[in-house]
Design a protein around this ligand. Sequence first.
Ligand code: MLT
Length: 265
Amino acid sequence: MQAQINDLRLEYTDQGTGTPLVLLHAFPLNRTMWAPQIDPFSAHFRTIAIDLRGHGGSSQGHTPFTLEELATDIKDLLDQLTIRQAIFVGLSMGGYILMAFYRLYPDRVKALVLADTRAQADTAEGRAGRFEMIRTAETQGANAIAGIMTPRLLSARTIKTNPDLVGTVRAMIIHNPVETIVADLRAMAERPDSVPLLAQIARPTLLLVGALDQGTPPSDARFMADRIPDAQMTVLPDAAHLSNLEKPEAFNQAVLSFLESIDSN
Ligand code: MLT
């Protein structure tokens, strides 16, 4: 589906009925990373997976952009769909955007699933790494970024044994324009520290993380779970950063049982 939001065309999937459940994708991917979640989630919820501006089928809009602008694109799309409140699942960069969204529009959030993400801003070293990657993207293109990112996103075992999934992830990365990749990296480098937000999150929250996630390890999820009031946390065995793709059944079960538990409260 498509929506015209100001000067942007946003593409999204909208499947199922009931409470809206919005899925926010990671860097530098697109909404198709949620393929294993769409059918199971839409059996219970109106499931909406959005291509963030410049990603997948959405148009570019202006660059650079901030994560707050990406959050506002989502709010504008929900306005257009007359959705007042939704459950959100954000993985990695999607989690950073979800925290920005909560800071800006807390009333629009019914519950949060923060997957394979962290609350802290980048360290000086992390920021320098982003700018190095920007130079690589600009000089060598999206293929080089796929080469760098794939081993960060997937476990060594997946890379060895699941060429189809590796190919799917690489294709998502390569499909994105370099301009988008650069804008994402700049936006993530400049994102504010969300640690002060954690104690203010007054909605049911689940932290989900792959046990083998190296970029945002279980210790980052634990840090958030300890600071968000009454947060739940689940570690997914044998999954790395893209835990929803590497262990979809365990990921889906963790999300659905969390949502069931808050529904019965
Ligand atoms: C992501 O998966 O969205 C990125 O790895 C996040 C990051 O680079 O911080």
